[in-house]
Structures are given as C-alpha cells and as structure tokens.
Write a protein that binds this ligand. Structure first.
Ligand code: AMP
Length: 398
C-alpha cells in the first residue's frame, strides 16, 4: 500500500481509454496505459508500471469491460488499484462550453450539461460522458472530477474570442473561439516560468503544442490572449489528420457541388486531412522517412505544415510585440528537431534564434534550445496534461 495519494486520470475516446495513475503531490506517474479498439474482437489493453509492461489482446465489449480489464492488469502487476491511495478520478473533457471552466466534481447536473454541449464537440463529449458514467459505476467510492480542455481560454479577450459573423447568430448558437489543449498550454507556460525561474506575470509567451492535434497560444502574464483552435478543435495549425484553417467556402462547395454529406465532410476534415491527407502519414517519423525516400506528396505535406506554423508564430509575434519565451511541446514539438528548426529559421531579425547544436540534442527534459544572444528564449518543455489534471482534481476537492 502506497502512502502517497494518487489520482487516476482518464481520457476516454469512442473506442479507446487512456489512463495514468499520478501522485499529484510528488508529480510521479505511477502507471499508465491504454485500452484500444473497444468493441472489437482484437481489442488490446496495456499497462506500464514500475518499468514493466502488462498487456493482453482480447475482445473488450465496452468501456466498462475496458476499465475492468485495466483493474485486472493492475492486479496482475501486484499493485491493486484500491491499495494505491486513490483519492479521485480525473476526467479529461474536451468541451466545457461557456459555462464549465472550473475543475468540477461530477454530479448529475454536470453530466447533463456536458451532454448538452455534445453538438459543439460531437466526436469528443459523448465518449467523455460514457467514460465518466462507466468509471463512476466501477469506482463508486471516490469523487470524479471533470477537467475541461477549454477552461484556460475561457477569458480570452473578446477581440480574440469573437468570430466576425452575425452577432445574433453567434449569440443564439454560442459560437465563439473556445480554444482547446488548454490544460497543456497552461501547464507548459507555468513550467516555462518555473524552469527559467522568473515570475509568470512578467512573461510574454508563445506555446506551440504540436502533437497529433496541434495548437498555438499567445500568453501574457500567464493569461492567454489568443489561441489557434476555435469553436471546435479543427481550426488553426495543420495537424496529423485535421486540416486546420480552411476557407469555410470549401465546406459549402463540397456540400453543394460535390454533394458530400455534412458527416462525410466532417470526417474528411477531421480524419483524412492534415499531413495524413496530403502526405499519407500522420506520424512525423514516417513523414520524414517518406521525404527522404523522395516522396513529393510527403514533402508538400511537410512544407504546408511548416508554412502554417510560421504564419501563426508571426501573427502572435505581432500580437505580443515582444516575446520572452517560445516553447515547443507535445509529440512533434518535443521530438522533431527539424520541425523546430524550420519553424524558426530566418527569424533572428525578429529576435528568435535557435542554437542548432542544442536543438539537435537528443535530451528529453525541459531545456533551452535558443542561442545565448537570442532575445526570445526558445524552450522544449514536455507537456504533462495528466499531472495538470491530477492537480486540478486536488484543487477541486480542497
Ligand atoms: P501526441 O499527440 O503529443 O502524443 O503526439 C503524437 C505525435 O508525435 C505522433 O503522431 C508523431 O507525429 C509525433 N512524434 C512522436 N515521437 C516523435 C519523434 N521521435 N520524432 C518525430 N515525431 C514524433
């Protein structure tokens, strides 16, 4: 039995559940894993604990069976979940709409509100609700806390949050820039200040969260002043499978002229666009392999990705005037030195200059990668949304 309290953080998708058991006080990740292809005959569950892996491939009928399989894996690993000092389950919820932004202990009213918000996030909120209700069923004795991906951006300045469409339509349908990946942008911007040992309040920051999903934010004194994702997580940067910014006219054209259904257009923009749609690979390691092998499609996908990223960096430079810190995070941002180099090349006149050697270093933790003379300090900070969610749970319960 551990004497440290823990939080089980769950990120529930329609056919997958990612989990991590975190000690909020020490920041230690005790265990993590994923259940994939729920509902399929070839589902799989994996747990990493104490540097060892446990897993199985077996039919997993539904989310409840998925969680029970996870508990069995904990048992097999000799670390029963009920002996881990579990104080809460933290649920990542993508869309909190206008009203849900504080980490909140789940009750029926909260679940009803998250469900009502489903039209704003049809791919994300329904599985989150399913994940919460299932987890409540199998872990009834601990509080469940919802933590919203939109929360950090709740107070975006109106000029950044407002779309220039009919005011009445926007009001009626609650259309605004909500922003996503907020837990990551907040965590990383706070970590950057801590790492540099300077007050958060004194910093103008740009955070580039470049994972499978990707978003940028401009942050003044710890508060975001703009972010690239919008009403939904489809706007902004080019992503693994999502288009990011496009002319809304493309949607009408596909609907009216190509006679695609709204669902087909949505699926195309979410799942078969971005670098996948252009270059045939979502994973940047594969994209680089294809570029090295001479693929022109992969080369164009990479160029479009970098072009968009540079446009956002330029836009946020103009918004902020001076940028003290620019931070790369998430899978691509933390690992892909070429993306970081190409995103920032030629920006020395604007105060951003990488140190090629530091940028190419395979180091893993938080680190500086800019040249000493660079007025903007460029960092790589590994994101840790699970720890941020675990700590948000503690705040919600105290
Ligand atoms: P995330 O959504 O933060 O988990 O990021 C996942 C993405 O990170 C993958 O799809 C890859 O494109 C990218 N990624 C992970 N590891 C590497 C690596 N070593 N080099 C380049 N890209 C990576």
């Amino acid at each position: 039995m551990s004497d440290q309290r823990t939080v089980l953080v769950l990120n529930s998708g329609s056919s997958s559940v990612k989990f991590q058991l975190v000690q909020p006080d020490t920041g230690t990740s005790v265990a993590h894993g994923i259940v994939e292809r729920i509902g399929d005959d070839n589902a799989s569950a994996a747990l990493v604990l104490g540097g060892r892996d446990w897993g199985r491939e077996t039919p997993i009928a539904d989310h409840e069976a998925a969680l029970r399989t996870v508990f069995e894996l904990f048992d097999e690993a000799g670390a029963r979940l009920d002996e881990q000092g579990l104080m809460a389950v933290g649920h990542r919820v993508v869309h909190g709409g206008q009203d849900l932004y504080r980490p909140t202990v789940v009750d029926d009213a909260l679940l009803a509100t998250i469900t009502e918000l489903s039209p704003l996030a049809p791919l994300h909120n329904p599985p989150a609700v399913l994940g919460i209700t299932t987890a409540q069923k199998v872990l009834p004795d601990v509080p469940h806390v919802a933590v919203f991906d939109t929360a950090f951006f709740h107070d975006l300045p109106p000029a950044a949050a407002t779309y220039a469409i009919s005011r009445d339509v926007a009001r009626e349908w609650k259309i605004r820039r909500y922003g996503f990946h907020g837990t990551s942008h907040q965590y990383v911007s706070e970590r950057a200040a801590e790492f540099l040992n300077v007050p958060l309040q004194s910093l103008n920051q740009i955070v580039l969260h470049l994972g499978n999903g990707a978003s940028a934010s401009a942050i003044v004194g710890g508060r975001p002043v703009d972010t690239s994702m919008g009403l939904t997580p489809m706007e902004g940067l080019v992503m693994g499978t999502r288009s990011g910014d496009i002319d809304p006219g493309v949607v009408m054209y596909l609907w009216r002229t190509a006679q695609m259904s709204v669902e087909d257009i949505e699926t195309m923009l979410n799942r078969s666009s971005g670098v996948q749609g252009l270059g045939g690979a979502t994973d940047f390691r594969e994209l680089h392999r294809q570029i090295d092998a001479g693929s022109e499609d992969a080369g164009l996908a990479y160029d479009v990705y970098i072009h968009r990223l540079r446009k956002y960096i330029g836009a946020y430079l103009a918004l902020l005037g001076t940028v003290d810190v620019l931070t790369f995070t998430a899978g691509v941002g933390e690992n892909d030195a070429a993306v970081r180099r190409d995103a920032l090349s030629g920006l020395a006149p604007l105060g951003i200059e990488l140190d090629e050697h530091l940028n190419d270093s395979p180091a893993r933790g938080p680190r500086i990668i800019s040249a000493d003379r660079s007025p903007t300090t460029v960092l790589v900070i590994p994101t840790n949304e699970e720890l941020a969610i675990a700590r948000a749970c503690v705040d919600a319960l105290t």
